[in-house]
Write a protein that binds this ligand. Structure first.
Ligand SMILES: Cc1ncc(COP(=O)(O)O)c(C=O)c1O
Length: 293
């Protein structure tokens, strides 16, 4: 991937100049965390929420991450400016490594974690995106579902398999046939006229976009429910949505080739997509100065 610059441990530089000691615990044991968010015209959306989740993950992984909002905000601003991504939209990923190995899996790290931020342009879609999804079983899924550890092998494998089938997202299903989430998105279903999404019961990521979409729906008068969704119910839903910080709100048109509803983005998807964009605009108008270098 041709990233012209990255932010690495305090400075913007070319990726080839960023050095990671191969004895970092990220390399040796897969210890590390990440967050992915979206910037609009150079301004990071919901940065505080992502940093909150980053800190929760850090505590769980016992990583000592001293990343304040001001430092990260400035870092993102500097990086987006260097990469000439301040006009359009971009996905911004913050990765924190485990730090230098201190002598084995039971030893604290011998150095603070390294921090990488990189950004890539994202297409801004004019309307709600229609995507295709397939089912994936949770056998090889993420071991710590509530945090964003870099251990994303389950999601990676599910998405590679989805891609081979011509799909954009894999929907992870639990052994008891309940819908969990997408490989990197939250799943919501319109069952009757209720917008239902799986509960935050420790099996899924507490998604920033999930919270916002539920708020937008409730404000629009849509009844929302956080409740388990059985796989057969999902296939019978009037609409199925896949939402996430970079994807925003997308409508799943088919699952394993089976059309959802009438196979086109439905009224809930269109309303929530519009509401999401309005929310982004409202929150970010006037915040430009915060994230400029
Ligand atoms: C497994 C998983 N679920 C849900 C999401 C959506 O989270 P958010 O809305 O915070 O981007 C992601 C995002 O990467 C994810 O990886």
């Amino acid at each position: 991937m041709n990233d012209p610059y990255v932010w690495w441990n305090g400075a913007v530089m070319r990726p080839c100049d960023a050095r990671l000691d191969p004895r970092d615990r990220a390399v040796l044991y897969g210890v590390g965390l990440f967050e992915t968010l979206r910037s609009y015209g150079g301004r990071a959306f919901q940065l505080a929420s992502h940093l909150r989740r980053l800190r929760t993950t850090a505590v769980r992984l016992r990583l000592d991450v001293g990343l304040g909002s001001r430092i990260v905000g400035r870092a993102i601003g500097e990086l987006l400016a260097a990469c000439e991504l301040t006009r359009g939209d971009a996905s911004v990923r913050i990765t924190v490594t485990g730090g230098l190995d201190g002598g084995g899996i039971d030893c604290p790290p011998a150095s603070p974690p390294s921090v990488l931020i990189h950004a890539r342009p994202t297409l801004r879609h004019r309307g709600v995106q229609g995507i295709h999804a397939c089912r994936a079983q949770s056998d090889t899924y993420r071991p710590l579902p509530t945090v964003k550890s870099i251990g994303y092998l389950g999601s990676v494998l599910a998405r590679l398999a989805a891609r081979e089938k011509g799909c954009h997202e894999a929907i992870i299903v639990s052994p008891d046939e309940l819908v969990l989430e997408g490989a990197n998105s939250t799943i919501l279903a319109r069952l009757g006229n209720v917008l239902v999404t799986p509960p935050l019961d420790g099996q899924i990521l507490p998604s920033v976009t999930r919270r916002i979409v539920l708020e937008i729906a409730a404000n629009a008068g849509i009844t929302t429910q956080e409740a388990p969704i059985g796989w057969p119910n999902l296939l019978e839903a009037r609409e199925v949505l896949s939402v996430g910080s970079v994807r925003e709100v997308a409508s799943i048109l088919t699952i394993d080739g089976h059309p959802i509803g009438n196979g086109a983005p439905g009224a809930f998807a269109r309303l929530l997509f519009r509401g999401y964009r309005q929310r982004v605009q409202r929150e970010l108008s006037g915040s430009a100065a915060c994230f400029r270098p």
